[in-house]
Design a protein around this ligand. Structure first.
Ligand SMILES: [Cu+2]
Length: 305
């Protein structure tokens, strides 16, 4: 007995096969919302910026390395110290494609983070621009405390690569440049406020050595010894951003304490961080966190030896 297929059976098999192939191709090329591919983020000739490894946070020399994304900025009126600056940035790949919300993944509750710092490193802002609807254009505002050349670093993750990417641009602000605070950059670095709160940053071996993994800790306490609750900000108990004195780049750190399901409470809640800073020099580490519903930005000046 033979099992030769009839003409109608053959047609059926062919139809099923065709449907399966169509389905496969359909899923394979299903639009992800972005029209950017890996190739739009390739940097020719090495010296690329894409070496972000979240398990081993590093200082990223954003200015020295070539980013495959060019950022430009335009403000609605000339920026002046002490006044709200309304501005728009534009993000375009070196292949000429714009980067909008459909091209980014959400990282730490936002698709686009801007880290803005003045020449004295005494005025730091972390803002989340919103897409304007115009391709590649994002709007934001901030109030510079001082004048001079403000540097804007952008931090985002393209859908096409799934890896953190950075770009930078400068914005001139009219007004006097803030004075760099005269602090001795020794560890532990302690900052206190007038309400008796104390913020302490230190490292395991009381020093941060260039090129070596530094284990940092950030502790918050009150003079009256009362309990403190650390809330979360952008899905973390704290965000530490380190800038070098020349503003060549930054390191963005998150605590090892990643369980944010409940707030951290105690008389001296302490967070730990890990970072590698390749070069010696003066740095400021801006800590952003929230205590009892109040968001705080605290700068710590340190020397990397
Ligand atoms: Cu962060």
């Amino acid at each position: 007995m033979t099992h030769a297929l009839t003409a109608s059976q053959k047609r059926q098999v062919a139809a099923i096969t065709a449907a399966a192939i169509t389905l496969y191709i359909g899923f394979r090329f299903l639009p992800t919302g972005t029209n950017l591919s890996h190739m739009d983020f390739a940097v020719k000739g090495g010296n690329s910026i894409e070496f972000c490894d979240p398990s081993n946070p590093q200082f990223i020399p954003v200015v020295a390395v070539r980013s495959p994304v060019v950022m430009t900025v335009e403000s609605t009126s000339p920026p002046v110290a002490g006044r709200v600056v309304s501005a728009r940035i534009r993000l375009v790949t070196s292949t000429g494609k714009t980067l909008g919300p459909e091209d980014m993944v959400v990282a730490h509750t936002a698709k686009l983070h801007l880290l803005i710092v003045d020449p004295s490193l005494a005025d730091y802002h972390h803002v989340h621009p919103q897409p304007t609807g115009s391709p590649g254009e994002w709007a934001f505002s901030f109030t510079p405390k001082g004048g001079g050349t403000y540097r804007i670093f952008s931090d985002f993750t393209p859908l096409a690569t799934g890896r953190g990417l950075y770009a930078h641009v400068d914005l001139e602000v009219a007004g006097a440049v803030l004075e760099r605070p005269s602090v001795s950059p020794v560890l532990p670095a302690v900052v206190s406020d007038k309400d008796g709160w104390s913020f302490e940053l230190t490292s395991k071996d009381r020093a941060i050595k260039a090129g070596a993994v530094a284990e940092l800790s950030l502790a918050v306490s009150r003079a009256d010894g009362r309990d403190i609750t650390l809330d979360t900000v952008m899905d973390a108990f704290a965000h530490l951003v380190a800038f070098d004195a020349e503003r060549g780049g930054f390191a963005h750190l998150h605590p090892n304490e990643t369980d944010i399901s409940k707030p951290l409470t105690g008389s001296r809640p302490t967070l730990s961080f890990k970072v590698t800073i390749p070069r010696a020099g003066r740095y400021v580490i801006w800590a952003q966190f929230s205590t009892q519903g109040r968001e705080r930005f605290v700068p710590f000046w340190i020397d990397v030896t």
